[in-house]
Design a protein around this ligand. Sequence first.
Ligand code: ZN
Length: 214
Amino acid sequence: MDDVLRQACDRAFQYPSATLPRRHGPRGYSDYQHYKPWLRDEYAFRCVYCLWRERWEADGQHGFGVEHVHAQRADPERRLDYDNLVYACNLCNSTRRDVPLSLDPTKEALGHHVQLLGDGVMRASTAVGAETVDLCRLNRPLLVSARRRILNLIAVLGNSQAREAVEALREMLSFPPDLPNLSRLRPPEGNARPDGIAASFFERRKRGELGELQ
Ligand SMILES: [Zn+2]
């Protein structure tokens, strides 16, 4: 296995260790669902809470949706505010419901609060991390088993020299095929961070700057 693939394996369930500044700033959609392509790119095609990836989902992006950090009911004025939105899998989204989280993933790096153990269990290292694990039920048994399956697969494939194993591993850790072309979108009230489009995954792939692995 080469170093690039090894690093991609190590990143499979790694929370960000630094707060990532927002790259995009679309404004003016009257339906928050229209922010989804922007959020897919912003959050690199994975759930901000449990780190599950579109690539591992049978229905790809259809298993994910737009999540309000400050719930719609609690803060209706921020219902259409892009900076209040994150990308989450449908299960985390429905599990958390409207319960307020002390840990705002748009302002804090989750890597400082939660880490994955080798057996697929998420371990919280702070009180707010423990609250997030609890409210999003990040250690629900089915999710822990699914994570363990992915970790085992990565380990087994990574230890194999067979070409098919390396190809399967690369596919598992690659970007989804349908990267959103954000330059084609026209948010009704413009884009507060237009420079982010050049940094999007689609544009980086177009320029030949994007590696195959996520
Ligand atoms: Zn999730």
